[in-house]
Design a binder for this molecule. Structure first.
Ligand code: ADP
Ligand code: MG
Length: 499
């Protein structure tokens, strides 16, 4: 056993955001009677995180079942996924015209966008966007402070509109608001925040209509615009991808957090019984981040969850999304250091700091092809303050590989679960002969992490088999969600009839 005293790790997500340079570097001596070797911890980890085909099949099946349960009414439905109706019943047609804005509040970044749509022939005439990262203190601020930040970003951006953009006389500028947290929608342009996720703990928003919160902030900023569509990023991505490709059936976000949505038949949504829909369909936001069935979890996942601001919640999100992969690896490395003497006999305080290792750091390390793993060594030194030898660097890479492989493979299984649910209800829709079913994926994790992407794709292929795989296309749609949200603002415009 080790006799280690380290600074108590902060259990607040704020610990994630200590600046690396401002931390004092000190180490604590360890006893030398190492009882568990890093190799043993690694072997165990690989065993517990393994995703053989039968496990992936079980996860895909559990995803389908939990989707079905969540669409239901009455007893049992609360055990399923939230499966939130979005009230988006029509996808863009291509005829959308005019100037529209989009706002996107994700988990890491806030984006503003304007687009001049030119209808079927001209499509996207001009587009312009701006992005700022969300200041950490706003994640713990009041609702008013957060929405004032959004509205002032919008005001600044709107003041720079140039001659490529123009609006018809008498019309207000309309906004598609992408708000990527669980919202109970009551109509296309309103929705109540159920709870914050992804480390946000803003006070005073849960239970309120987020469009009203934004409207009030816009009034304070004297912005005369109107929110015509409230969507989450998956819905924006689906709409944006569908604008260019009619075969898109589902969209997935893999960024700070994760979610997926798909097009469902109203007749397959018992909880919308009696709802009159113009198209007979509606996009459903699965909120699959809340999924937890059949997942291969480890002590590291359980401890990270327990220390999170939402223990017991968003378990799939905590296993596969960008906010968490680095933190899981850090926890493994900490145990290897404390109990197995990885990096010698001392435990650097840095390694005890929650969220000090980001998913982009794992990605950087995994791209290192040098013989001595030089980049891995310097990243470990910069972030954790440790000197490492080649064998230790290899161990670190194997930990990254194990956690990233599990994440990507499980995300793939989730996608297959959605496709299978759709196919079960409408035979031939997804896997039928000659069909092409496109799943649009966006988000910083999927976009920037080649190994994660590869594991996701091979998991989908492995699960579907050769024949079905021929019909399924996994497509990366970069920044489609902003255009998608503005398209939905256009199709839900109050001026629609004048187009
Ligand atoms: P959001 O919309 O939630 O703000 P994004 O889609 O912009 O998120 O993705 C940001 C997230 O993507 C980061 O939190 C990080 O986890 C992940 N990410 C960004 N760059 C990389 C990278 N190079 N490698 C791996 N993950 C990355
Ligand atoms: Mg996003």
């Amino acid at each position: 056993m080790m006799s280690v005293t380290v600074a108590a790790p902060t259990s607040s997500a704020a610990g994630a955001y200590l600046s690396r340079s401002s931390r004092r570097r000190f180490t604590v001596a360890l006893r030398s009677d190492v009882s568990v070797t890093p190799t043993r911890i690694l072997t165990n980890l690989k065993h517990e995180c393994a995703t053989p085909l039968p496990l992936l099949q079980q996860v895909a099946k559990a995803m389908s079942d939990d989707m079905r349960a969540g669409l239901g009414l009455g007893p049992g439905s609360e055990l399923g996924l939230p499966m939130i109706p979005t009230y988006v019943e029509n996808l863009p047609t291509g005829n959308e015209k005019g100037l529209f804005y989009a706002l996107d509040l994700g988990g890491t970044n806030f984006r503003v966008l304007r687009v001049q749509l030119g209808g079927k022939d001209e499509r996207v005439i001009a587009t312009e966007f701006d992005q700022v990262s969300i200041p950490q203190d706003l994640m713990f601020a009041t609702s008013q402070e957060l929405f004032d930040f959004i509205a002032s970003g919008l005001a600044k951006f709107a003041s720079k509109e140039d001659g490529r953009f123009h609006i018809s006389k008498g019309r207000k500028r309309e906004i598609g608001f992408t708000f990527s947290f669980p919202v109970k929608q009551t109509s296309i342009d309103s929705g109540i925040l159920i709870k914050w996720t992804k480390g946000f703990a803003v006070s005073g928003t849960a239970g309120r209509d987020v469009v009203a919160c934004l409207n009030e902030a816009m009034e304070r900023q004297r912005i005369d615009m109107r929110v015509s569509a409230l969507v989450n990023d998956t819905v924006g991505t689906l709409a944006g991808a569908e604008y260019w490709d009619n075969d898109v059936v589902a969209a997935v976000i893999l960024g700070t957090g994760t979610n997926a949505c798909y097009v469902e038949q109203i007749s397959a949504i018992p909880k919308l019984q009696g709802y009159a829909s113009s198209s007979g369909k509606m996009i459903i936001s699965t909120e699959w981040g809340a999924f937890s069935n059949s997942l291969p979890l480890t002590e590291f996942d359980r401890e990270m969850d327990a220390a999170s601001i939402n223990p017991g919640e968003q378990i799939f999100e905590k296993t596969i999304s960008g906010m968490y992969l680095g933190e899981i690896v850090r926890r493994v490395l900490l145990k290897m250091t404390e109990e197995g003497g990885l990096f010698g006999k001392s435990v650097p305080q840095e390694l005890s700091t929650p969220f000090i290792l980001g998913t982009p750091d794992l990605c950087t390390m995994q791209q290192d092809c040098s013989g001595d793993l030089h980049a891995v060594g310097s990243l470990l030194y910069d972030i954790a303050g440790v000197e490492s030898n080649l064998s230790e660097r290899k161990t670190v890479l194997e930990v990254c590989e194990t956690i990233v492989k599990r994440g990507g493979s499980l995300a793939g299984a989730g996608i297959v679960g959605i496709l299978e649910k759709m196919e079960e209800d409408q035979r031939g829709l997804i896997f039928g002969n000659g069909n092409r079913s496109v799943v649009a994926i966006d988000g910083g994790l999927y976009e920037n992490y080649p190994q994660y992407r590869a594991y996701l794709q091979s998991s989908v292929k492995e699960l579907l088999g050769i024949e079905k795989s021929k019909n399924v296309v996994i497509e990366h749609t970069k920044d489609g969600s902003g255009i998608g949200a503005s398209l939905l603002a256009a199709s839900n415009s109050i001026y629609k009839q004048n187009l």
